[in-house]
Design a protein around this ligand. Sequence first.
Ligand code: ATP
Length: 257
Amino acid sequence: MLRILNLEAGYGALRVLKGISLHVSPGEIVAVIGANGAGKTTLLKTIAGILKARAGEVEFDKRRIHNDPAERIVRYGCGLVPEGRHIFSTLTVRENLLLGAYSVARASRPWHFWRRRTDNQRRPDETLAQIYELFGILKERSSQLAGTLSGGQQQMLAIGRALMARPRLLMMDEPSLGVAPLVVKDIYRTIVNLKRTGLTILLVEQNARAALAVADRGYVIETGQIVLQGTARQLCDSPEVQRAYLGKEYRSIDEDE
Ligand code: ATP
């Protein structure tokens, strides 16, 4: 579904991604783990078209997307839950969700812009009902201002908002950041439930323990390069990963209980 080849990106004189190659197959959860500043967010921003690739290729569903603008990449079915959530705090939960279904299309004639109604825009209520089913708390708080939600609830909202565009691939940037350990478990259970609905997920995390507990495969990124890859189990059993990212013992999310 997603194939990245020798991807390079950065900011000004700073080279961050130095030739990243990875792939994600349909139905998989793939984790990219790495320390602070390794380039994880930069990788997702480049795939999402927020940051321009300097070299290499990004292919989504066999279509080259690395020169496409971010709003078009969302319409292809590639969604992003950004780090730090970026919800609209003065809007209600429902309004934040509805914004996720909004997309703007540019006409083939460059002087003419219009709003194209995607399938989803024709039936956002149906999608909204599905999101409320998945996240009961968002339904309960639908008219609450988003800025007054807890960190974990805001993370659920950010996931829900990305799902409103009905992505086939959902990219998530550090969903466990800034939320309490119990809530991290809730978020990760949701990620497993999303996989069960057929969604493909690319997850970047500093919290390797949580990510590898749900992932099928994973990659380790260090200073903009992939230094290790394998199944989640292989990575968990790797002495390097255990030393640098997991601490001495590893237990799956369910063994923790
Ligand atoms: P974290 O877990 O802290 O978010 P990360 O692995 O996601 O880390 P990135 O956010 O991709 O790392 O940052 C990689 C490098 O790029 C860092 O050295 C960071 O300081 C730098 N960087 C990130 N964003 C910008 C920016 N907008 N302008 C300049 N440098 C940036």
